[in-house]
Design a protein around this ligand. Structure first.
Ligand code: C2O
Ligand code: CU
Ligand code: CU
Length: 494
């Protein structure tokens, strides 16, 4: 019997739900018989006009999430989750996002630096039957980004049902990259054979009903905290390791769960990239905390013939209780040798000084005392600004994501962050009663009428209004920019 069912029977589950998240873990309960699903890659060649066209369809379906049971799920170009999109710096990309669901949704490119009308936030709703066609030029360093819906008030349920996927950005390695600041080549020496030694891991906890359907009970402070975990949609997965080093691209795609991952034998591994790109050098760790929306790329080493579990460990926080067995790694009897880990990865400039400081108080599920208002512009930022954003969390755990920007974590309660958090990021964990200061670099796409979002990425909090809006405007026009938007917001085309 799974532990959750045992707790339900004894009545302890109710008790566990009152004071804390309620998740108990799944340690020791899995048999790891299911090969890890590797999402297919979508990397269309450029058309005659040089544009790479991606066709994406949000649809309903049925998936075997728990072995032998069928669940109603949502997916992109399939029944559950979506393909791994891939593009290079300098590529012109055009998305055609068709909504075949029964309700309006959006598709947001989390981590992508682009004009606000292309962002796929709550102002770019795509009605059922409509197709939305944003287009932009990729202009940022190599990174593991991702995509998911963002309809205001409905993001949690849309992501939970399965709408999410990775969007991998590469640097040009052919020397033709002439745009933006100099991009490092994608870490020469980092494993890069997709699905073989460069493996996406979308980690998502879920709750299931007794008949194997997704349990959509979103009660509690944080929403669903499930004891079952899917990796790339696979329950109890194993992955066959065939090389001496493997790069894993970790995405916490959970609604609320924070995971502190590591290996069962506490072996060391190296963090090579955060949300928005490579670190300056590999950072050795044994445990790595990932909050919802965050990504880390790690490189781990394996011995021929060994088996080791990737786990989630409790870390004393209300949204990461319980021990989790996530993925069984089964190394082949002979492993192909991998290149040694490069000593240096990216040339990172030190975090910029801020032109000004803005403070965001996180309290309950509000930011600065106010719930999200789709018609209110909270912050007006001049294009290209460098600012300090100070997050002051005066209650329980949250995290914080800013669209469009890249930031560096300056300090956490006055202390310099650990080395693996010093690289470029777009999402940061903010534990309860903690202050986090960010050095934020804003982009240059101006649009005084279309806001970008900043919000807690615990999706129930986001839906409840723990979100604000900012616009990027031509420098000097901040004071004349209207703070209210005309009520409408739906821009999907039929
Ligand atoms: Cu990943 Cu505004 O979201
Ligand atoms: Cu985002
Ligand atoms: Cu929150």
């Amino acid at each position: 019997m799974r532990r959750r069912s045992f707790l339900a029977l004894t009545g302890l589950a109710g008790l566990a739900l009152t004071g804390c998240g309620g998740a108990e873990g799944n340690e020791g309960t899995l048999s790891f018989r299911n090969p890890l699903h590797i999402p297919p890659v979508l990397d269309p060649p450029p058309g005659p006009d040089g544009v790479r066209r991606f066709a994406l369809r949000l649809q309903e379906g049925r998936s075997e999430l728990l072995p032998g049971r069928r669940a109603r799920t949502w997916g992109v170009n399939g029944a559950h989750l979506g393909p791994t999109l891939r593009a290079r710096r300098g590529d012109r990309v055009a998305m055609s996002v068709t909504n075949a669901l029964g309700e309006a949704s959006t598709l947001h490119w989390h981590g992508m630096r682009l004009p606000a009308v292309m962002d796929g936030g709550p102002h770019q709703m795509v009605e059922p039957g409509a197709t939305w066609s944003p287009e932009w030029t990729v202009d940022q360093p190599a990174a593991t980004t991702w995509y998911h819906p963002h309809p205001h008030g409905r993001t949690a349920i849309h992501v939970y049902r399965g709408l999410a996927g990775m969007f991998l950005l590469d640097d040009r390695t052919d020397g033709t990259d002439g745009i933006g600041e100099a991009g490092e080549a994608d870490g020469p020496g980092l494993p890069r054979a997709y699905g073989k030694d460069d493996v996406p891991l979308i980690i998502q906890d879920r709750k299931f009903t007794e008949d194997g359907e997704l349990d959509e009970d979103f009660g509690g402070t944080f929403g669903p905290l499930g004891d079952d975990v899917l990796i790339n949609g696979t329950y109890a997965p194993f992955f066959r390791v065939t090389t001496s080093r493997v790069r894993f691209r970790l995405l916490n795609g959970s609604n609320a769960h924070v995971f502190t991952v590591g290996f069962a034998d506490e072996r060391e591994f190296h963090v090579v990239a955060g949300d928005a790109g490579l670190l300056s050098r590999p950072v050795a760790v044994r445990r790595l905390r990932i909050s919802p929306g965050e990504r880390f790329e790690i490189v781990a080493s394996f011995e021929a013939g060994e088996n080791v579990l990737l786990k989630g460990f409790p870390d004393g926080d209300e949204i990461e209780e319980g021990s989790y067995d996530l993925l069984k790694l089964t190394a082949a009897p002979r492993l192909a040798p991998s290149a040694p880990l490069p000593a240096r990865l990216a040339a990172l400039a030190p975090p910029a000084e801020g032109d000004r400081t803005r403070t965001f108080t996180l309290y309950g599920s509000h930011i600065n005392g106010e719930p999200m208002d789709m018609a209110r512009i909270d912050e007006v930022v001049p294009a290209g600004a460098r600012e300090i954003w100070e997050l002051d969390n005066i209650t329980f755990s949250h995290n914080f994501h800013i669209h469009e920007v890249v930031f560096r974590v300056l300090d956490i309660d006055g202390e310099r962050p650990p080395a693996h958090l010093r690289g470029p990021k777009d999402t940061v964990y903010v534990p309860g009663k903690t202050k986090v200061r960010l050095a934020v670099e804003f982009g240059r796409h101006t649009d005084p009428k279309t806001p970008y979002m900043y919000h807690c990425h615990i999706l129930k909090h986001e839906d409840k209004g723990m979100m604000g809006q900012f616009v990027i405007v031509p420098p000097g026009t901040e004071d004349t920019t209207p703070r209210r938007l005309a009520p409408s917001g739906h821009t999907g085309h039929h």
